[in-house]
Design a protein around this ligand. Sequence first.
Ligand code: 26W
Length: 811
Amino acid sequence: MNKKEFKAIFKKRLAEKYAMEVEDATATELYQTLGSIITDSYSPDWYQTWQDYRKQKQKQVYYFSIEFLPGQMLKSNLLNMGWLDIVEDALADMNIDLADLAAVEPDMALGNGGLGRLASCFMDSIASRGLPGNGNGIRYQYGLFKQKFVDGYQVELPDEWLNQGNLWEVRKESKAVNVHFGGHVWMKKMLDGNLKPVYEGGSKVRAVPYDTGMVGYQNQTVNTMRLWSVEIPEEEEDRYRSVEERRAVEDLTSVLYPDDSNEEGRNLRLRQEYFFVSAGLQSILRHYLQLHEPIDKINQYVAIHINDTHPAMCVAEFMRLLVDEQNVPWEKAWDLTIKVMSYTNHTIMAEALEKWSVGMMKAVCPRIYQIIEEIDRRFVVETSWVHGEELVSRTRIIQNDQVHMAHLAIIGSHSTNGVAKLHSDLLKSVVLHDFYILYPDRFNNKTNGIAQRRWSQIANPNMSRVLDKTIGTSWRQNSNDLRLLLNYQDDDTALDALAVAKRENKIEFANYIKETTGITVSPDAIFDVQIKRLHAYKRQLLNLMHILNMYFDLKNDPTLEIPARVFIFGAKAAPSYHYAKAIIKVINEVAKLINNDPAINDKIKIVFLENYKVSLAEKIIPAADVSEQISLASKEASGTSNMKLMLNGAVTIATLDGANVEIRNFVGDDNIAIFGLTEEEVYRYYQDNSYNAGDIYNQNEKIHRVVNAFVDGTIPNILFEGQEIYDSLIKYNDEYFVLRDFDSYLAAQKTIEVAYLDTRRWRQVSLQNIANAGSFSADDTVQKYADDIWQIEPLFSHNDERGTTHGQYLL
Ligand code: 26W
């Protein structure tokens, strides 16, 4: 399709949809028009992909995740269809800026952070590798809350993302299923001597799927992300008379739990988890049975992936469907379940590992609890005589009236992986060591990756064009070719061109900051970025303490020769996470203090951007010079913003935590600023319980001054929050070793300052990071999952049989 053809089609579609000309249309109408042309164009391939999987009886993976964070899809779909440049130019010919249309699209923010975004990066990569994979999740009415700062405090507002409708989804009425909750289940002896569960009481709801096409990168593959929404079943209408009763049902999929590290143990959350698990597995089994293959071969056609513990009930629900509905003997069903299921762990934080009370599980899904009980009983019997009572008592699923969901996922699957080498090693050596003894072969590592296309080609076209001119365009298909850039380490043309692109991004972003916050920042300053959820272990507080220390140094000596810095924060705190919200308030008050202090003549600026989300990350990351990855070693499972910032030429200041270790291994110690305790040192402190923050506070003058600032009035308007922080450090002994890592962090920041002042060296370091970032491609990560865990493969190499020329969507 060429520009001329597209313009004709666009004008025709606009007239058909809105009976109007381009000049009269609003950005929303133009967006809806373009979107409808796109969905119409990839639908034939969406259908064909599904048909081919069915016809070929291709083994497929179903990625169960309670969170997906696609963000905006317009540009990503245009790029993957090979239309981005043509459409951008054609629209420009009609005086339409594609960016204005893209800005209309609400972020699809059905996730909290890393876990949800990773799931969406994986969806893009699975389709782009032509792998038969589907997403399975929940279609929340309201996504992650909108964050507003009121007097520096975080305020949460509902995210009404569906107000304008969602043009990417297709409601599949015909694929709806029922999900049962509550009641009682007793086993009845049937004539054939088998015991069959009989359900009494309880209620059923309708699960209606909404499918969204996952368009592969110029390969005609369009996979499906299926998100379930709850409705009242027709046949139950009369049971839900009042609005309240109806609302009680609809509440099931109305809102995403905004917590990303602390299980609240709420009844509604458990119901959400069972809802999308049961709906998803029922629809998968329905599809499988249409293949007319024997049930005991299902593992050759179906792989189910459990994304953290939230979908762990997949193990028990799959058993229920096989044993209760397909009459498969328990042992055979169990063997199939283990072969079909695989599990990824994304956190070692104890408070994030889900444990549901037996009482609540029994009340919400009684049959599932019965099955878990039987799984646990058999596990104890089979395991204790080999490994002894001790280990079994620590690894069994039901302990102290609680159902340990991670135990269920590990025992009921053939693979448990961590998301970075260090994290996977910690799972084996510490967190899940007992299970590693039981199932050594099941444990493996799959280091996270990112959708390189979104985080480079879409977010950073300036840099992408320089890369094309310098190393050719093959990196767009295979990000490992970014390594070709290493040949230009000493090429001033390339170094300058990359620096010009970075500067253009910084100017554009400085304008955005000015428009949205009123704060003026200089593009010559170092743009230092920390963007991630607000959590004590991620240590935004350490970043703030460095800024305060720098501020006090400048107050003492305004002539201090340091490069100007803009500290950029993006972070939402879980609404119930009081301490995190206190840190947000203090950062905003310090920003007000420093940004308006003429004495330091703009040497430091703090910009805390409201409502951090995927589309905002796409604006911040291309303009970043420094990437803050400063979590306490052993706490951040992997991190993925570290990979996105690296890909965009930012230099990382990091602890040896999560994937930072692998970033350091690729770029080498000269191209990264490492500091802080290692995970061994942290664990040694835990072992000998010898950490005393108070001593450091009393012995280190700089730290003493900074910590006191939280309570001595230096920072206005933080009476309670300042005290809370002071107490966390001194009274409660600084759980995340902020004071212990302070000096080495300062030293690392110094190396950053010195390096930044050496322009050519800085540009070389930046180039090194871009060149090595290709190693963190989600395309490669999902390929490893496909080869090692899911045993799935592409239908066919892409440009031979499907008959349409590669990458060209025909209208
Ligand atoms: C029960 C509440 C809850 C909700 C979400 C607990 C835990 C979670 C997620 C597992 C938290 C999460 O997003 N973990 C992040 O996953 C990323 C993708 O693997 C990693 O890169 C991050 O290091 C990890 O914190």
